[in-house]
Every structure is written in structure tokens, then in C-alpha cells.
Write a protein that binds this ligand. Structure first.
Ligand SMILES: Nc1ncnc2c1ncn2[C@@H]1O[C@H](COP(=O)(O)OP(=O)(O)OP(=O)(O)O)[C@@H](O)[C@H]1O
Ligand SMILES: [Mg+2]
Length: 344
């Protein structure tokens, strides 16, 4: 025997829906509103019943008015006061068997996340295009000047080719960074955490960065307890984190400055900080430095070959390992970047 839905079942269904649903009679008086709709309009249980459509806001009421008058379906996206979410509102007529308009039903769906995502995606595409266009425009300009005759002069030719070389390098680094970021984000790059000796990784990264450190005559020191616990990490990704932090400390610290790396155990984590005596970061930029493409001083960072993706990569890697990132800085005096990893 087929089960029949009674009012109790219908009530349960309406209450469990995430979308707000309100039904109106032909005069625009509310017959029924589910819990999501009551939450949306900030009223207590049963508080919408019997109210008229004028009481629930101009924009929605004119949509419902139109449906009750013409009998057509209407859609719109809107902010409903005092909320900050964006709702997609769909209003349909309720018709009798002989097609008379008997009322209307309005469905309110929260589309805030989808819209924010769309905006983030278009901002991201805009940023990437801009970052790709800048070196490409410069390469094109130099190639054209060379073809126009500058290549006859071997000194100029060499100078232009070396600029083209640098810009090409930038382009390929940008693409590599974007691929790293997207492979971690899409979980395509499988993280392979194993017990790792952080002390060994830090020493090896300090070695890799040796030439840049000596070129700027920086004093780089590593301080940690000798029996530091092993951490769980994917070693290649951990090295990327350390290289990015040390690279920044070196890049943004003037000659003969100091960089101190510290690792210490704190409960079930090992916290590693990189402190420099560099230019520091203005207070209002601090919350933004881990965003993709964010650079405090765009011109200076670009001049140093930066794409603004280093810290975004650091944050992604660390968080995908269950750790955290943080930054403290005093503008003009120096910065401290920190990352935490779980101990074995
Ligand atoms: N140690 C630091 N001292 C001062 N500013 C810093 C430091 N580290 C990062 N920043 C600021 O944060 C911005 C973002 O850093 P991030 O590493 O993401 O990008 P980048 O260094 O510009 O480029 P990339 O790392 O991709 O080569 C930098 O442009 C810089 O303005
Ligand atoms: Mg960087």
C-alpha cells in the first residue's frame, strides 16, 4: 500500500528545507512560511502568517504583486535587509484547475557563497592575466626594438637579451607557482606526510640559499633545542615552505641585516619562526600578505622578481598539513613569519 503524506510529514519536510518558502493567497496575505523563511526575516515561529506582502520588503512584494497580477514566474537576485547574504528569489503562481490565479509561492535561496566564489574567480583570472601581460609586453617591446635595428649593436643586443631572459624566467616561475598552488588546492598533489627531521630540512634550505645570503652579507642564525621532535610532513612541500619564508626574509632585508630561524616544541606542535631585521610590513597590510598576488610594494617586489604567490603557497601547504601560519611585524624594524607542524 502506498504511504500517504499527512500534514506532519509536510511540516517536517518544510522545516528541514534550507531554502525559505512562503506561500501567499490571491490578496498577497501569507498563508504559510517555513522555518528558513522565518529565520530569513528574523521573526519568531508563526510570525509571518497572516501578514501582507507589503510588510516583507518592497522588492519582494513587487515581484509577488506581479505574479499575482499576471500569473507568470519571476526570478531576481537581491540583498534582503538587514541580512548581508545574497538571495535568489523565485516566485511562481499557484493556479486553479481552470487556470485562475489563486496565490503565489516564493522560494528564497542563499547564493552568497556561489556569488563570492564567482567574484574571487574573476578577480583571480584578472590578476593572472595582468601578471602574464606585464612581462610579455616587456619581452615584445625589446624584441621589436632588436628587430628594428638595435641588434646591430652587440652591447645593446646583449643587454636587451638579458632583460628578455629575466622576464622569461619570471613568466615560467609565475606559471610554476600557479601550478603548485592549484595542485595543492585541488588536492591533486597527494600529500605524503612522513616523520621528518626539521633541523635537517632547515640546514639544507640554509645551504641552498647560501649564495643569496652571502651576496647580501646577511647574518643568518638557526636556534633550536637539540632533541627537537620529528614532525609529520611531506618533505618536498616542507622545503618549499622554508625556502619561501627564507627567500622573503633575504629579499626584504637590507644588506648586513640579521635573520633568525627558531624552532621550538609547543604541545603537539613544532613552531618555526623566521625573524628578520628588514623593512617590515605596515599594520594594515598584515592580514593580507597571505593572499594570492598581494604585495605591499608592488613595484619593489616585481623588481625583485616576486609574483606575490610565495606566502599563499606557504599558507596552503601548512594548512593542508593541519598546521597554522602567522605573521607579526613592526614597520621599518622587521618581521616574524611563523608556521606550525604536528609532531610525530
Ligand atoms: N620578510 C618580509 N619582510 C617584509 N615584507 C615581506 C616579507 N615577506 C613578505 N613580505 C611582503 O609580503 C608580500 C607577499 O609575499 P610573497 O612571498 O607572497 O610574494 P613575493 O615575495 O612578492 O613574491 P614571490 O614569493 O612569489 O616571489 C611581499 O611582496 C612583501 O611585500
Ligand atoms: Mg616571496
Amino acid at each position: 500500500m502506498a504511504a500517504i503524506l499527512d500534514n506532519k510529514h509536510i511540516d517536517a519536510i518544510m522545516t528541514s528545507l534550507m531554502d525559505g518558502i512562503i506561500t501567499f493567497d490571491r490578496n498577497g496575505v501569507i498563508i504559510m512560511a517555513n522555518k528558513a523563511a522565518e529565520n530569513l526575516f528574523l521573526v519568531r515561529k508563526g510570525g509571518l502568517q497572516g501578514r501582507t506582502l507589503e510588510e516583507i520588503g518592497d522588492e519582494v512584494s513587487s515581484m509577488i504583486g506581479e505574479v499575482l497580477l499576471r500569473g507568470n514566474e519571476v526570478f531576481a537576485e537581491m540583498l534582503i535587509q538587514p541580512r548581508t547574504q545574497i538571495y535568489r528569489v523565485h516566485v511562481m503562481p499557484i493556479k486553479s484547475d481552470n487556470r485562475d490565479i489563486e496565490g503565489a509561492v516564493a522560494v528564497f535561496r542563499d547564493v552568497t557563497d556561489a556569488r563570492n566564489f564567482d567574484q574571487m574567480r574573476s578577480e583571480f583570472v584578472g590578476n593572472v592575466s595582468h601578471e602574464l601581460r606585464t612581462p610579455l609586453t616587456s619581452i615584445k617591446g625589446f624584441v621589436e626594438t632588436l628587430l628594428d635595428g638595435a641588434m646591430e649593436n652587440s652591447a645593446i643586443c646583449r643587454r636587451f637579451l638579458s632583460i628578455i631572459d629575466t622576464e622569461t624566467e619570471r613568466l615560467s616561475r609565475l606559471i610554476e607557482d600557479l601550478l603548485t598552488l592549484s595542485s595543492i588546492e585541488s588536492k591533486e598533489r597527494i600529500i605524503n606526510p612522513r616523520p621528518v627531521c626539521l633541523i635537517r630540512s632547515i640546514r639544507s634550505v640554509m645551504n641552498i640559499m647560501g649564495p643569496q645570503i652571502s651576496e647580501k652579507s646577511l647574518h643568518v642564525e638557526f636556534i633550536c633545542e637539540p632533541d627537537l621532535a620529528l614532525i609529520y610532513a611531506d618533505e618536498d612541500l616542507l622545503n618549499q615552505v622554508l625556502i619561501n619564508l627564507l627567500d622573503n626574509a633575504i629579499k626584504y632585508t637590507p644588506r648586513e641585516g640579521k635573520v633568525i630561524i627558531r624552532s621550538l616544541r609547543s604541545d603537539s606542535r613544532v613552531i618555526t619562526t623566521v625573524t628578520d631585521t628588514g623593512m617590515g610590513i605596515p599594520h594594515d597590510s598584515l592580514p593580507r600578505v597571505f593572499e594570492r598576488f598581494y604585495r605591499v610594494d608592488k613595484a619593489r617586489s616585481r623588481h625583485q622578481g616576486g609574483t606575490g604567490l610565495g606566502l599563499a603557497i606557504v599558507k596552503h601547504i601548512v594548512e593542508s598539513h593541519g598546521g597554522e601560519v602567522f605573521v607579526e611585524s613592526e614597520h621599518g624594524k622587521g618581521s616574524t613569519f611563523g608556521v606550525s607542524f604536528l609532531v610525530v
